[in-house]
Design a protein around this ligand. Sequence first.
Ligand code: PAF
Length: 288
Amino acid sequence: MYELEEVDMSVVRRTIAEMRTARGAVAPGEKIVLVPTMGALHRGHLALIELARGLGSRVVVSIFVNPLQFGPNEDFRRYPRSLENDVRAAMGAGATDIFAPDALEITPANLQMSVDPGPLAEVLEGKFRPGHFSGVCTIVLKLFTIVQPDIAVFGWKDAQQFLVLQKMVSDLNLPVELVGLDTVRESDGLAMSSRNAYLSTQERTLAPTFYRVLDAVRTKALASAAGAPSLLEAGARTELEAAGFAVDYVRLVSLPDLQPVTEVPRQGAILAAAVKLGTTRLIDNVRW
Ligand code: PAF
């Protein structure tokens, strides 16, 4: 569907200097939209690129597997890398420029500064992945200063990432508007993720239950006789564990500040969860 005959690698900027030159050549008044990715592009990413295409005249897709956002025992080394396929897919979906820097360009050995994302980054994912959001914010801030986009597009699958980045933009007065896109799902409900590629056939069959459980809890939460948030969380955990998932967390918190709630909000809530299937860690969420 998104195939081009040839991969035109000349659109790929491999250095910060090349990216800055390309950025400098953009005519004033053109709107630049950045889609930050770690590559291994799937239909979820392509939906982000298509959305970006509708928001501006230049769409820069960055492809960088960011070492700063992986913990020491996480999957940095085995994270899928496929630059040529990614360039082909991104261009097919409407990218005009690709920024795919070498690791040493962005994270040189003498890098000392980092963003401290504060309390919003300490709950949910932040509890299980210490330093993760600092790594995300540091790299995204670098991308913003190099590419200088008017708009940047992110997926709601990484809901906490989106909220932490919004806080960074607002607290640091960054001149960029963030736009979020709803999670893109497989036809069986499984959220698209580059990490789905790790799942065995058997795990892949089980994986959609993750979203089914979260979605059922949302339906229950919105029913008038919904129990306390802690009961809904516990119910979801039990169901997920019974289905074969190892549960890191299932939390029902308020949006956009990710605070615990004592009653189920009628609106402005998110049920966020992280589970493991074998060695693969999946995250997902439902909002209302
Ligand atoms: O969502 C991702 O793929 C990454 O966290 C991001 C935003 C590209 C930063 O490395």
